[in-house]
Ligand binder design. Structure first.
Ligand SMILES: [Zn+2]
Length: 219
């Protein structure tokens, strides 16, 4: 029996793309944990090896262990993918197309075609298998790359004390003053006005709190 397909966008709620799930490289660890937890068999394609039409078919043959005689066209790949489905009958398969941005930048048309063909696998539409074929895999397709076109979890929020009561105006508007090199989480906290940033030089006389209402500073 084929295991139930996990609800990818339910568990990884930061993924808004689909039906091919586009994941930013910074979130690869999160993706790997998800795939491990569900016992996916992972088929990894490397977009660095898919920068021309010819090398793309080489990479597909390698990643899916297709017959060496499988030709450089989708009819052939479809026929041979039937064997892949047979070999993985009943399994949950994650097709992870790494560096998809590199493939798309170098071979845009081929890359679009590969995306379409892999989604056919995900949808279970493989012509070679025929309507009465008992073999089934559940496949999910993930594309990874760098930049805004790929989804990633929101940055973790910096836990901060406050707001506290201002000793001058009495408003609950006192937020911490942070010093030192501002990490991205710290910059985010400052943008959200949950803290204020000062320079890198830390001195023991520095004030620790800033009032967002009256601008009083105290320690
Ligand atoms: Zn105040």
């Amino acid at each position: 029996m084929t295991p139930a397909r996990p609800h990818v966008r339910g568990e990884l709620s930061w993924i808004t793309s689909g039906p091919a799930y586009c994941v930013e490289v910074s979130a690869l660890e999160v993706l790997e944990e998800f795939l491990d937890a569900h016992g996916y068999t992972v088929v990894a394609l490397d977009g660095e090896q898919m920068t021309t039409r010819a090398t793309t078919f080489d990479e597909l043959r390698r990643a899916f262990a297709l017959a060496p005689w499988c030709g450089d066209n989708w009819d052939a790949v479809n026929d041979c993918l039937g064997e892949f489905v047979h070999a993985h009958d009943g399994q949950l398969v994650a097709i992870v197309w790494c560096n998809q941005d590199v493939a798309a930048a170098n071979a845009p048309a081929t890359s679009a075609e590969v995306g379409w063909a892999l989604l056919e696998v995900v949808l279970g539409r493989m012509p070679s298998l025929g309507p009465n074929c008992p073999w089934r895999i559940h496949a999910d397709l993930f594309l990874t790359g760098q930049g805004e076109d790929y989804d990633r979890p929101p940055p973790k929020r910096l836990p901060l004390p406050g707001p506290v009561e201002c000793p001058v105006c009495g408003e609950m508007e006192g937020v911490p003053i942070l010093r030192g090199l501002p990490m991205p989480m710290v910059q985010e906290a400052a943008r959200e006005h949950r803290a204020v940033l000062r320079g890198c030089i830390v001195s023991p006389e520095d004030d620790n709190w800033f009032c967002r209402a009256c601008a009083w500073e105290w320690r």
